[in-house]
Design a protein around this ligand. Structure first.
Ligand code: ADP
Length: 241
């Protein structure tokens, strides 16, 4: 569904953020990008929805180059969740969830029903929460709304950049479980950035470990645990020799 072919990114200051990336993400896959800070994870993620333009190579979605998509069409089909809770403070929870569905002209009833359905999915009673302002929710609840907002217009792909790293361990675990449940139900293709190996092992169908802008290993959690390709992977997974 998503294919990187010989993709490199060099920023104007000369930094090579990623070099010659080649990999594929399958439809419905939970794909985790992991690596130390500065290894190129966020750059890789943001090239998918063209928040960062690549310098060399091609990214394909559903067999079409991303440069050939209308940029709005591309972004409407890709939900995006950030670490920072980015709900609009002056809008209610329901209004926040409605932003993208309204842009793509869903009718009001369909949007309201969708918002309620998604709120229920993450354990927030719609009657109680839909009219609240973000400030009337806890951090964990706000981030839950951030996740379902990305799902609202039923995009095929969800990009998530360390979405849970600012949360307390309890909220974090709850949201990880919710996300796995959502993934099982809705079969979205998810690209998820983290630097936490435990999180990657728990969530990923496959994990892509990066270092200095290059891929060190791609594989299932089982392959990482049983067959790490080198000492860097071993150390990252926390296996002692
Ligand atoms: P990660 O998400 O793994 O922490 P990034 O993709 O953010 O890594 O960054 C990869 C490299 O690219 C780092 O060396 C970073 O400093 C550099 N970089 C990221 N964004 C920019 C930018 N806008 N301009 C110049 N260099 C950048």
């Amino acid at each position: 569904m998503i294919r990187f072919e010989q993709v490199s990114k060099q920023f104007p200051n000369g930094t090579f953020a990623v070099k010659s990336l080649d990999f594929e993400i399958k439809k419905g896959e939970f794909f985790v990008l992991i690596g130390p800070s500065g290894s190129g994870k966020t750059t890789t993620l943001k090239m998918i929805n063209r928040l960062i333009e690549l310098s060399k190579g091609w990214v394909w979605i559903n067999g079409k180059k991303i440069s050939d998509y209308d940029i709005n069409e591309l972004r409407w089909n890709i939900g995006y969740v950030l670490q920072q809770i980015a709900l609009f403070p002056h809008m209610s929870i329901a209004e926040n969830i409605a932003i993208v569905p309204e842009l793509v002209n869903w009718d009001k009833e369909k949007i309201a029903a969708r918002a309620d359905e998604l709120l229920k999915m993450v354990g927030l009673d719609p009657k109680e929460y839909r009219n609240r302002k973000p400030s009337e929710l806890s951090g964990g609840q706000q981030q839950r709304v951030g996740v379902i907002r990305a799902l609202a217009a039923d995009p095929e792909i969800i990009l998530m950049d360390e979405p849970f790293s600012a949360l307390d361990p309890f909220s974090r675990e709850k949201l990880q479980d919710d996300l796995l449940e959502i993934q099982r139900k809705l079969k979205k293709t998810i690209v998820f950035v983290t630097h936490d190996m435990q999180e990657a092992l728990k969530l990923g169908d496959r994990i892509c470990l990066m270092k200095d802008g290059e891929i060190v290993q791609i594989g299932t959690p089982h392959e990482f645990l049983t067959n790490p390709v080198n000492d860097f992977v071993r150390e990252f997974v926390g296996i002692r020799k």
